[in-house]
Design a protein around this ligand. Structure first.
Ligand code: 0A1
Ligand code: ZN
Length: 854
């Protein structure tokens, strides 16, 4: 090794939280905008917070300090690289600074940066310190007044938070615009945008009759592709009024789409900034999945106006206070505008695909972590999605009316403040929730296991229910709402219970009047984010698959049948349980026309990653072989019904739920029809591709073809690239289709695509499509010689010099080395070590790598 092992970076701890020494009630900012060198003039009124003699500490990063004055008295400019420390006499002061920053050179996409010729900002979590000196922490709330000045031709549109004020011309072809935000906010919610943009405009009249002007700002050519985002915004505003009593509070609400963005979108007060992928849509360029994601993310950012902005977080350990709650709110919205059952199935699939593995691996952390080195690494599935599951459990336990009363209380008690998880729990407790118990969920990492032993005799069923958490043996038991039902062997439902709350490590239940030994259906509706052990037997699952009336539980029964066949086959090398899966699939196909969306979700085989998660040691080759074998069994047993169902999937255009369900089913059937890469299916896929009237059908055909050896595959890829060359978010689909291919040449293709003129390692979307797409490709990432891991490690190291947040996310597939079988395990570990021993790594990447190796 060429350098010593890296030292884990210093960590901040929740227990060390102290209120800020100084507050900043008012902040006035003037920007002289320029891509190369922007000048930021800040005037802030600071006030001592309590009786103490501490200096005023201002954070700053990559700022060139040009001048500094305290109460009008100029001070020498000798800023430390990490900020300024100012001794202040008296309890109040006026601090004036001028700094220079370099947006065009900002490849981290944090602070003020340039994207596609426009200027924009990203301040969450700690980006504001890259714009000006400030106590950059969420419990310092200020009233902002902002003046933007820029070249009028290059940046005709100037936007910031709050309501618009004066605007006009300046000498030398420049102009200005002023913005005033009456709501005190933390610095992470600050935003500005300057660019050559046009808006799709609309208006919304609030519950109390105020008219809000809405604008979605994009390049002129993209304006027609903003309609769906606008409809989603208006629907979100109405939903938050109806379901939560929350009204919008400014005169304007603006959204801006940018092509270079680290995450999905950002809830800056009155000026949301979005990754363009989650704004732009029309039937020719966006799949139904894209449409749904846009609606969900527009809603998510809008809902933050209350859960996040009006009530913000005291410190970053409380991140899930705003994120878990807001994800739950956007999930409710998606269920409301689509099919609740299908949304729940999709939500659980996502939770199991990203959060469960996180909770089992070295990067596991509590929903409210106790420490972090780099907060950007904690925008995780655990904080977001498990956090949402915790809110869901509380909402279910209280029931809709009390949950609403509790959220009203939370908003009323904490409006205009920076709150904690305890504040939320207190509001829930006011309506009767067992908040002291639920708090444990925020503190314990790991997915709880619930094991149920049933004994039946003399008409009585005895259940012994045990909970455990392998991450934290002996931890205090969690409150687990366990919804369950009992079924007879002939499918009759014998009993249903929705109100059971497990509070102990062991719970005994005795149920009288059960004539025969029943089949248990546990965790219906996935009411709790837990693993049930053991799964029911295959004969029991067939009964549940046919007779459960809870749609999630019915879905789950089929998935369990598949998983039990797949894990057994992968471990034993012989096909096991295929007949039951075929039987369940045949029954589903027979009912495909009734509920195509449900049938689609249920027919979809568990991913190779999920199969691996259910096995003690992961052998990627055995898992791939087992899954392919099951696909082929399904195809050979059900060839005719599959073809018939695929032909029956023609859907009307548009976003009606049934049409979307039919298209989803069509895509899943097509991929099954291609299980043996037969000529007839390949031709059919190409036919679907070239005849498609929408992106959903086109993309499902391209994805199915991407694995094929047929000549149609290359033709389809070529046609797609030619058609969408100039639309970056669409071209990402083309990169992803190739990096996710199961073909043996995929690694070579990915290496070639990294040299493609349209590949750009500085663009997070493109990097994800090509490199993360490949790293998630369980079939091709795990080469026996470790070349796939080396490829990823190379991109991680390059990315780290450009954008540490990107690098820290890209490296995470390597964190799973411990669970892999030989020969993969040491090869993956070696690549992590290679990264770890590279000098000059960012704090972001160092934290992930050292935690993964420890
Ligand atoms: N609060 C945003 C997530 C977000 C976090 C950090 C970002 O920049 C590095 C951007 C967005 C949300 O939950 O949508
Ligand atoms: Zn959020």
């Amino acid at each position: 090794m060429d350098s010593p092992a890296p030292v884990a970076p210093a960590r901040k701890r929740l227990v060390d939280y102290r209120p800020p020494d100084w507050l900043v009630p008012e902040m006035a900012l003037r920007f002289e905008l320029d891509a190369e060198r922007t000048l930021v003039h800040a005037r802030m009124r600071v006030r001592r917070n309590g009786a103490h003699a501490s200096a005023l500490q201002l954070d700053g990063e990559e700022l060139e300090l040009l001048s500094l004055a305290v109460n009008g008295v100029v001070r020498p400019v000798n800023a430390a690289p990490e900020g300024l420390v100012l001794e202040i006499d008296g309890d109040e002061a006026l601090i004036e600074t001028v700094v220079a920053i370099r947006p065009a050179a900002n490849s981290r996409l944090m602070g003020l940066y340039s994207s596609g010729g426009n200027l924009c900002t990203q301040c969450e979590a700690e980006g504001f310190r890259r714009i000006t000196f400030f106590p950059d922490r969420p419990d310092v709330l200020s009233r902002y007044q902002v003046r933007l000045e820029a070249d009028a031709a290059r940046y005709p549109v100037l936007l910031a938070n709050g309501n618009p004020g004066a605007a006009g011309a300046l000498p030398d072809g420049r102009h200005f615009a002023e913005w005033d935000d009456p709501f005190p906010k933390p610095s992470y919610l600050f935003a500005l945008v300057a660019g050559d943009l046009q808006a799709l405009e609309d208006a919304f009249v609030t519950l109390s009759g105020r008219t809000v002007k809405l604008g979605i700002w994009v390049a002129a050519a993209d304006v027609p592709r903003c309609r769906h985002a606008m409809e989603s915004l208006k629907a979100s505003m109405a939903f938050d009024e109806q379901v939560y009593g929350r009204e919008y509070d400014l005169d304007v609400f603006n959204i801006v789409a940018v092509h270079d963005f680290n995450f999905g979108a950002m809830e800056n007060k009155g000026l949301n900034i979005f990754n363009a992928k989650y704004v732009l849509a029309d039937p020719d360029t966006a799949t139904d999945w894209d449409y749904d994601a846009i609606a969900a993310i527009v809603a998510h950012e809008y809902f933050h106006n209350w859960s996040g902005n009006r009530v913000t977080c005291r410190d970053w350990f409380q991140l899930s206070l705003k994120e878990g709650f807001t994800v739950f709110r956007d999930q409710q919205f998606s269920a409301h505008i689509g099919s609740a059952a299908v949304k729940r199935i999709e939500g659980v699939r996502q939770l199991r695909a990203s959060q469960f593995p996180e909770d089992e691996g070295p990067l596991a952390h509590a929903v409210r972590p106790e420490s972090y080195a780099e907060i950007s690494n904690f925008y995780t599935a655990t904080v977001y999605d498990k956090g949402a599951e915790l809110i869901r459990m509380m909402a279910t336990r209280l029931g809709a009316a009390k949950f609403r009363a509790a959220t009203d209380r939370y908003f009323a008690d904490n409006d205009g403040t920076a709150a904690t998880v305890e504040d939320f729990l207190a509001a829930m407790q006011s309506q009767g929730l067992e908040s002291e118990l639920f708090r444990r969920w925020y503190e314990q990492p790991g997915t709880p296991r619930v094991a149920v032993q049933a004994t039946h005799a003399d008409g009585r069923l005895e259940l012994l229910i045990r909970q455990s958490n392998p991450k934290l043996p002996g931890a205090a038991p969690l409150p687990i709402p366990l919804r369950f039902a009992l079924f007879a062997a002939d499918g009759r439902k014998l009993l249903e219970r929705d109100d059971l709350l497990l509070t102990d490590a062991e719970t005994r239940l005795s149920i009288e009047g059960i004539a025969e030994a029943p089949i248990l259906s546990l965790n219906r509706g996935f009411a709790a984010p837990i693993l049930i052990e053991p799964a029911p037997r295959r004969d029991e699952l067939l009964v549940l698959a046919a007779h459960e009336d809870d749609p999630f539980a019915r879905y789950e029964a089929v998935q369990q049948l598949m998983l039990s066949a797949l894990t057994a086959s992968a471990a034993g090398g012989v096909a096991i349980g295929h007949d039951e899966v075929v039987e369940a699939a045949r029954a589903l196909l027979a009912k495909a026309g009734d509920d195509p969306a449900f049938v689609a979700e249920t027919l979809l085989l568990p991913s190779e990653a999920l199969i691996g998660d259910r096995m003690p040691i992961v052998d990627p080759e055995a898992i791939h072989a087992a899954r392919e074998e099951l696909r082929c069994s399904l195809l050979s047993a059900l060839r005719e019904p599959l073809w018939a169902a695929w032909r029956g999937c023609d859907a009307p255009e548009g976003q009606a739920p049934r049409a979307k369900g039919l298209r989803r089913l069509k895509g899943i059937l097509l991929s099954l029809l291609l299980a043996d890469d037969g000529a007839e299916a390949t031709a059919a896929a190409f036919g679907q591709f070239s005849g498609a009237a929408n992106m959903t059908d086109r993309m499902s055909a391209l994805t199915a073809l991407s694995h094929s050896q047929g000549a149609e595959r290359d033709d389809a890829l070529r046609l797609f690239a030619a058609r969408y060359d100039l639309l970056p978010e669409v071209l990402d689909k083309w990169f992803l289709a190739q990096s996710s291919s199961t073909r043996p040449d995929t690694r070579a293709v990915v290496e070639a695509l990294a040299q493609h003129p349209r590949f750009d390692a500085r663009n997070p979307n493109r990097l994800r499509a090509l490199v993360l797409g490949f790293a998630m490709n369980q079939t091709r990432f795990h080469d026996r010689d470790g070349a796939g891991y080396a490829l990823l490690a190379g991109h991680v190291l390059t990315a780290d010099r450009i954008n540490p947040q990107s690098a820290a996310r890209l490296v995470q597939p390597l964190a799973r080395w411990r669970r892999l079988a030989e020969p993969w395990r040491p090869l993956m570990r070696a690549e992590l070590e290679r990264i770890a021993h590279t000098p000059g790594l960012s704090r972001d990447l160092t934290e992930v790598v050292t935690t993964s190796l420890s």
